[in-house]
Every structure is written in C-alpha cells, then in structure tokens.
Design a protein around this ligand. Structure first.
Ligand code: GLV
Ligand code: MN
Ligand code: MN
Length: 414
C-alpha cells in the first residue's frame, strides 16, 4: 500500500514539474518573474495541489503560497518546508519548483499514512528568490520573517514598473503587507530541498547530499557614463567610451577568483546606450553578482574591486556610480537538523556527503530568523539556470523517500 501510494504521488510530482515548466511569459522558454500573470497562474495551481494534499492553502499579497497543516495540540515549534517558484529568464524547470513540489508530495503521503505531527507544519512556495525582475531577492521569505523593508515597494523593473504597481496590477494590496503577523519565528525550523545546481553529487555518483551552509552573496549595480559621438570621426584620445571601460572592468571582475579561489564573480546583465552601431557608447549599466563562503572576505573583495573600477573610470575620464543592491551574510545549517537529514539519506544511499551551497536559497534569508536545514538533489551535468537543467525521476524518487523520512525524524527528534 505504502509503495503504491508513493508510486502514484511520485508520478503526480513528475507531471506537476512539467505543468509548472509550461507556465511561462514566453512561448518557447521558461521565464516566470515575480508578480507576473504567470506567477498568478502558477500560484493558483500550487494552491490547488496543496489543498488536495490536505493542507489549508492561501496566497498572500506578495504571491507567497502557504499550505498550512494546523495543529491545535502542537508541543514543539513550527516546521516550515519551502522553496521558490519564480525563475530566472530562460530557466530550467527544477530550480525551486522541485523542492516545493517535493514538500507537497511528502505531506500528501504523510496525510495518507495518517501521520500525526507533533507540531504545526507549513509548506511554502516563495514568490521571489531569484530577484530576476526587481533585483530584489528573497522578497517573499523576508516578508514571512517579518523584515521586509517597505522601501522595496518602490524598486523598479527594467520597464520602470515598481513592486507596488506590479502588486496592484495583480489585484494584490500593498497596504495589507504590514498588517500580517510574520509566519516564521525565531524558534521554528526551516527545511528546504533543492537541486544541487553544481557537479559535486554527480562526481560522487550519489543522488542526495546534506548542505552544511550557504555562501554569502552581494548584488551590485554599476553605471559607467561617458560621451557619445560619431563612430567615424572622434579620434581615440577624445573618446569617452563607456563600453570599452566596462569591458576592462569586466575583465578585472573575471580575475577575482585568481586571488580568492572560493569567490565567484559574474557580470550577468548589461545595458548599453545609445546601443547603435555607428555611435560611441555613452552609458553602460551592468550588474555584478559576487559570492564567497565568508561575508567578511566578500566585503573585502567588493571594496577592493570598487577601488579597481574607480581607477579604470578615472584613467578613462568617465563617471562611475556603484550601488549595492542586495547583500546577504553566509548561513550555516543547524547541526542537529543536518545530522537528522543525513540519517534519513543514509537509509537511501551508502553515505551522506556534505556540501556547501554556492547558490542562494530562501534558506539563506530565513537563517537570520531561525535554524535551517537543506537537502541537495543531484542534477545532470551540474547544470542550472539553463533550459536543459535535468533531474532524473529515480533521483526524485530517492529524494521523496528521504524527505518523508526526514520530516518524521525531525518532527519527533528536533
Ligand atoms: C539563485 O538561484 C541564486 O543563487 O542566485
Ligand atoms: Mn533556486
Ligand atoms: Mn535559481
């Protein structure tokens, strides 16, 4: 009976990954950005799946979907199980969604088994982990932890639409945000399952891994301003070419891991003006995504980088503006939660390897409020933020079994 129930729910989980993978702003690739129409469609699907898993499901004013398994006799702090359902542009269909659907599937099985938890359990679908639209990141988890900075409502997307306007366009009321009591509290526990997004598990030939912590991250906006002019006439010594300067800066940024091998530095977005072939570029705006396991080192690296970029701008007589959009200190997973996840994983595979997450997750934000634990699931070729991102059905099945076991063990022992 138990195996048959798991088989059926595993197969439903695989179908749901495909269904959400098709909810996109673009016809032939997956792009689902925060507070969009597609997020609304996805949120309604997730809500209906939570309800059919036996949860009391609601959607909050930021499009977080919350499925609650209330417990009038709870003797322990609440357990929150979450991941996100927004995506990057041209995304894979497993990033965030796999963890979110795994939570719903595990809860559905526990409900079928007649399991009685000792605490209140919530499954949460977060609305903005990627921050691909407003360069925000963690809007949903910040809100549920009670520390959403109200100024983020005025942040604009590339079209100039603010978070506030985007909420209103979806009939979501920004005024309701401050009235909501935070769901995630200091003594609670937050667990997240997520694809690894790197190659370590594949190299170890193991489907599952235990996360030890999450690297610190920083998103920086750089604006370089020069002067446009005729491409055919302005001599080299009179040029104030913002793009040539940005190119020199980007090559410096690329070199960052030479001195700090654990650092990751990426320029992923670049806008150019006037962006025509026969005029000198007058303005370049680009982002830097910086990561390092230690926030203290990250801060030193970004300060040194700022100095280098200033030197390049000064040498070329250009204006430079640098704005820190978002910074998160590193997070460590709770020692006991880690051990209990490892114990469940060891029932599935011969050992439970430990991995540090270079990618960010809502758990990174939530770690500022309560203890966290994370499970990683192998993905093919370590690919993520890529349309060919893939996780095998067998690995998802292993993850589901390990996750059901984890929830029960944590419920009784944490
Ligand atoms: C999210 O995927 C991030 O690490 O940027
Ligand atoms: Mn993710
Ligand atoms: Mn991602």
């Amino acid at each position: 009976m138990k195996t048959r129930a798991i088989d059926a729910i595993h197969s439903k989980l695989l179908d749901r990954i495909e269904i959400l993978g098709a909810v996109s702003a673009e016809e032939d690739r997956l792009t689902r950005l925060s507070l969009s129409r597609e997020m609304e469609t996805a949120s309604l699907l997730i809500k209906s799946w939570m309800s059919s898993a036996g949860l009391v499901a609601t959607i909050d004013p930021l499009q977080n979907v919350i499925g609650s398994w209330p417990n009038a006799h709870a003797t322990k702090p609440a357990l929150h199980l979450g991941s996100h359902y927004d995506t990057v542009v041209n995304a894979g269909k497993y990033d965030g969604v796999l963890g979110l659907l795994l939570n719903i599937a595990a809860i559905e099985i526990l409900q079928i088994e007649g399991y009685t938890p000792q605490r209140h359990i919530n499954a949460i679908g977060f609305c903005d982990e990627e921050g691909a639209r407003f360069q925000t990141t963690f809007l949903g988890s910040s809100h549920l932890c009670g520390d959403l900075d109200p100024s983020v409502l005025e942040k604009r997307d590339a079209q100039g639409i603010t978070v506030r306007d985007a909420m209103q366009a979806r009939d979501l009321d920004p005024e309701k945000l401050s009235a909501i009591t935070p769901l995630i509290k200091a003594n609670d526990l937050y667990l997240e399952a997520h694809i690894e997004q790197g190659p370590a598990l594949e190299a170890l030939d193991l489907p599952l891994g235990i996360v030890t912590g999450i690297a610190a991250q920083s998103r920086i906006q750089v604006s370089v301003s020069g002067k446009t002019g005729h491409a055919g006439t302005v001599p080299p010594d009179l040029r104030r070419d913002a793009l040539a300067a940005a190119a020199e800066m980007i090559l410096e940024i690329e070199k960052l891991p030479v001195d700090a091998p654990e650092a990751r530095a990426t320029v992923g977005q670049l806008h150019l003006q006037p962006n025509v072939s026969n005029a000198i570029p007058s303005q370049v705006d680009f982002t830097i995504d910086l990561r390092h396991p230690k926030f203290d080192t990250l801060k030193k690296l970004r300060d040194a980088l700022r100095t280098q970029l200033r030197v390049i701008a000064a040498k070329r007589q250009l204006n430079l503006q640098i704005e820190y959009l978002q910074e998160s200190t590193e997070a460590r997973c709770d020692r006991k939660a880690k051990a209990l996840i490892a114990r469940s994983v060891s029932k599935i595979q011969k050992r439970a390897p430990e991995l540090l997450s270079g990618a960010g997750h809502d758990a990174l934000k939530i770690a500022q409020t309560c203890p966290i634990g994370m499970l990683f699931i192998r993905c093919q070729d370590g690919l993520s933020h890529h349309p060919e991102e893939h996780v095998s059905p067998e690995d998802i099945r292993d993850a589901l079994e390990a996750w059901i076991e984890t929830i029960k063990t944590i419920d009784s022992e944490w």
